[in-house]
Design a protein around this ligand. Structure first.
Ligand SMILES: O=C(O)CCC(=O)C(=O)O
Length: 307
């Protein structure tokens, strides 16, 4: 029997024009590159090793694409009432911002639904996490779903996840799941190459600075020693220059699952989709149930929970 390929082919496509917070990312080969995909059925030992080595693993075709697309239609079916969706099946934007308050309410309802829970608890995913984490996996209850309308400035600034999860173990794995195709121009996650080592160093520095704070303040992402919003930076080109690193980008497809280390620096770019599609994704966190759990994440996500 032929052995499964351990890596899928990386893209040879020209590097894309991307922007975030009013800045264009440099497209020189020393500042931008493509993420390296891994087949979704690669052996768990390979995946664990890649996660350790690169800080991310982009699992291709991990979930059944038709199920992910069906789920996308259900999400937009629920959000439709808010007026910003043109076609719930395709997940295209109407061009109107819609009723923001209603949109938030509908989103908060959806992330509390059994349907969403079932998606996040897909047997393929939790069984894989049990293997990856070498024991019973625990899925944090605080699970985030994000949508980004095309041609809006909304982006996620550069950060690493542990800043928001300091009350428990650092043996956490984030699964970022595109709900539908997210080609690079739709502003999916971009990763600063090799930055999981940087994140470890930054966190050690924050830990030293935070040592004199109260236990509650010490784990707070917004305490007085942290930068704006707990983020590392909003200026992605400046970060690449400062750390002499490349932003790694990707054309994500329905069915892909991205795993990243809690120290890996990542961000998102603007949704500039020419087909007017809304970027939809969820980001959820797993750990071994025997490791310490950050109690602040034991409630459903709310927009004002300040985590
Ligand atoms: O989807 C996004 O824009 C941000 C997601 C994120 O920060 C994460 O998965 O940790």
């Amino acid at each position: 029997m032929p052995k499964p390929a351990l890596t899928a082919a990386a893209s040879a496509a020209p590097l894309p024009q991307l922007q975030a917070a009013g800045k264009r990312l440099a497209t020189t080969p020393n500042r931008m590159g493509w993420l390296q995909p891994t087949p979704g059925d690669a052996p768990v030992t390979t995946i664990r090793q890649r996660l350790r080595e690169h800080g991310y693993v982009w699992l291709k075709g991990f979930l059944p694409p038709a199920e992910v697309r069906g789920f996308r239609a259900q999400v937009f079916g629920h959000l439709n009432a808010a007026g910003f969706v043109a076609d719930p099946l395709a997940g295209t934007a109407s061009g109107s911002a819609g009723d923001k308050e209603l949109a938030n309410r509908r989103l908060m309802e959806f992330v509390r639904s059994a349907r969403y829970e079932a998606f996040c608890m897909h047997p393929r995913l939790w069984q894989f996490m049990d293997e990856l984490l070498e024991g019973l996996s625990y899925l944090h209850k605080r699970k985030i779903m994000r949508y980004t309308l095309p041609a809006t400035p909304q982006v996620t600034p550069a950060h690493y996840d542990l800043v928001y999860l300091r009350g428990g173990t650092d043996r956490i794995v984030t699964a970022w799941i595109p709900i539908g195709d997210v080609p690079v121009e739709m502003g999916g996650l971009v990763y600063l190459e090799g930055s999981h080592a940087l994140g470890v160093k930054m966190e050690a520095e924050f830990r030293a600075l935070n040592a004199t704070l109260s236990p509650e303040e010490r784990i707070n992402a917004y305490n007085k020693n942290m930068t704006d919003g707990g983020y590392v930076s909003k200026d992605l080109p400046d970060m690449a220059d400062k750390f002499d690193a490349r932003w790694l980008v990707a054309d994500y497809e329905a069915g892909d699952v991205m795993l990243h280390s809690p120290y890996m620096i990542h961000a998102s770019t603007m949704n500039e989709d020419r087909e007017n599609r809304i970027r939809l994704s969820t980001d959820i966190r797993y750990q071994n149930v025997t490791d310490e759990i950050d109690a602040r994440w034991a409630n459903h996500w709310t927009l004002d929970d300040m985590l």
